[in-house]
Design a protein around this ligand. Structure first.
Ligand SMILES: [Mg+2]
Length: 266
């Protein structure tokens, strides 16, 4: 969206949006949004002050929280490490969701076997590339090349993309120096946000909540895209791309923390 607005400079407008619905559905990516990315995604951890704010928000009866990540559900719960009945966790971009005493898991065995076979073939081919990281997450796989020597990254990127494009029936999503492959089905971060909304309010969910979504990467655009005018999409990027579907931006993780603190104190 051209003319993405700075979130902290537009809090009065955000206040008005929040007043328009009785509840808030707060969806958040983890890596690069709640936690700084340190070298590899695997190492990112949120600060204690961020964790305290999230915990405090989870005690607010007006707000439903969902953290939606490319990590596995297990890894996501481990790094967030907040015990609260009011936090949903969506791992693998929404292929596995847990919270509110229930869970939603994608279980098309044929589609998962296809991801498995492609993953094995790609790992065999790329094993010679020094520094490559393979994240095999059952439902999806990430091929991470941020850890490859900088001058080789562009050629490794091309090699991965070319090889992946030979396969039919998978979705390829490019992230920050990584490619993620998934079954070709309609599951993504936007659908995950909707799943949690429907969990609480069925078909009424859009009328009942102001949805907020915070994210920093390509896969988060699937969630920004589902938002309506009354909702609030925030991309974490100092120079938000013209192509983003988010209406607002925060410069960094610290500004996301400031925004969440403001929301908590409202
Ligand atoms: Mg991210």
């Amino acid at each position: 969206m051209a003319g993405c607005l700075h979130i902290l400079d537009n809090l009065p407008e955000i206040s008005e949006k929040l007043k328009s619905r009785e509840k808030v559905l707060l969806g958040m990516d983890h890596d690069g949004t709640l936690a700084e990315i340190i070298t590899t995604l695997v190492d990112s951890r949120m600060t204690e002050s961020m964790r305290n704010i999230l915990y405090s928000l989870s005690q607010n009866p007006r707000i439903h929280l969902v953290i939606i990540s490319g990590r596995t559900l297990e890894s996501l719960k481990e790094v967030v490490n907040i015990k609260s009945n009011n936090i949903f966790y969506a791992g693998n971009h929404g292929f596995e969701i847990e919270g509110g005493g229930t869970s939603y898991t994608f279980d098309d065995k044929e589609a998962l076997e296809k991801i498995n076979v492609i993953t094995e073939e790609m790992c065999g081919q790329l094993s010679k590339v020094e520094g490559m990281v393979f994240e095999k997450k059952i439902f999806t796989t990430s091929f991470i090349f941020s850890t490859v020597e900088p001058e080789k990254q562009e050629s490794v990127r091309s090699e991965i993309l070319e090889s992946l494009q030979k396969y039919q029936g998978i979705r390829i999503v490019e992230g920050k120096k990584l490619f993620n492959i998934r079954p070709m089905v309609n599951i993504n971060k936007g659908v995950a946000l909707e799943t949690v909304g429907r969990h609480f309010y069925k078909d009424e969910w859009r009328n009942r909540v102001t949805a907020i979504y915070l994210g920093d990467d390509n896969s988060d655009e699937d969630a920004f895209k589902t938002l309506e005018d009354k909702d609030i999409g925030v991309i974490v990027n100092e120079n938000p791309p013209e192509t983003t579907n988010a209406g607002y931006y925060a410069k960094n993780v610290k500004e996301i923390e400031d925004f969440l603190r403001w929301l908590d104190e409202k």
